[in-house]
Design a protein around this ligand. Sequence first.
Ligand code: ARG
Length: 389
Amino acid sequence: MKKIILAYSGGLDTTCVIKWLKDKGFKVICFSANLGSEFSPSDLRKRAYQSGAEKIYIKDLRKEFLYHYVLPALKANACYEGKYLLSTALGRPLIAKHLVEVAKKEKADFVAHGCTGKGNDQVRLEVSVNILDPKLKIIAPLREWEMGSREEEIKYAKKNKLPVTSTKEKPYSIDKNIWGLSIEAGYLEDLSVEPPRNSYILLRPLKEIEDKEVRLEIEFKRGEPVSLNGKILSLVSLVEKLNVMGAKCGVGRSDLIEDRVVGIKSREIYEAPAAWILYTVHKELENLILDRETLFFKQRIALDYAWLIYQGLYFSRLKESLDVLVNKTQESISGIISLKLYKGNIIIMKRRSANSLYKKELATYGDKDKFDRNLAEGFIKLWGMPYGK
Ligand code: ARG
């Protein structure tokens, strides 16, 4: 029998995929990457076997995900269309990498995934698999099978006694990892209605949030967050803690009409408290520490960086080259930012860094002013010279 390795999330799509592949004559081996997903390993195992899988590999990849995929994007300030910190997009190349490794170990010629034929994730996974092992054959059941809607999948699952949690009342498609949640489909497709209460997953609507501010102190060293409120933490626990704190204060939800790789506009809601806090703090430190040319150059390449990640070119020469440049700029990004979280806001309070380029004696309007105003006149004349008549 032909062996196939399926990237298995435990959700509705991939659970139906197990059964569908089995009916096509494949021996299905599941691979689940734990990037901080909603299903526990025991849940995943149960669901996979109940649906007909032969075997399941579960790997806890949270650390690898944060250090090798999220951190470079954070250093680059990558943000897609101003609202998406790329949680789902950053996870896909990592899943592809491990999918390929499991296929090698199992000597399988096929891999499969449960991405839709209209989305970005099929592009990210398949482009990555092709780069890492071009000999592997990829099956994408959602592009092939007859089921055209989530309702039909739920019916198929019920008919075949597959374990699913998605019901007709809450038909969102959710992709969750430690860097954020992506929520789409169902009621959210109608742009003329407010997002329903049940589309709030990690967060609550602002009016339900306690009227209380939470103060934090975050330290970065060489562009990487290292401590929270004076306590040194691993990146995994720092992000987990910030997710809990941020969610309590309603921080990190965004609602985006986004441009997909395949050319359509779609609506997605993101909940990413830790990601937004760290992104904001990191940018704040860069503003304090980097000279303006480096800062503005970084702002421009941040757009390219985000686009590369979004469109599935994680394993590309350009992305690798940008990382080298970005890493160089991060050598001085060390310091401490004090901030407060309050009703959906991230408010910067204090900034401290040994590498700060802020010079109070130049900025001040007080009597300690060292700025030589006499230099201004000549500077302005030269500066404007190319534009005068
Ligand atoms: N639109 C996001 C992206 O392309 C998330 C895709 C997955 N979303 C989901 N709800 N399953 O990165």
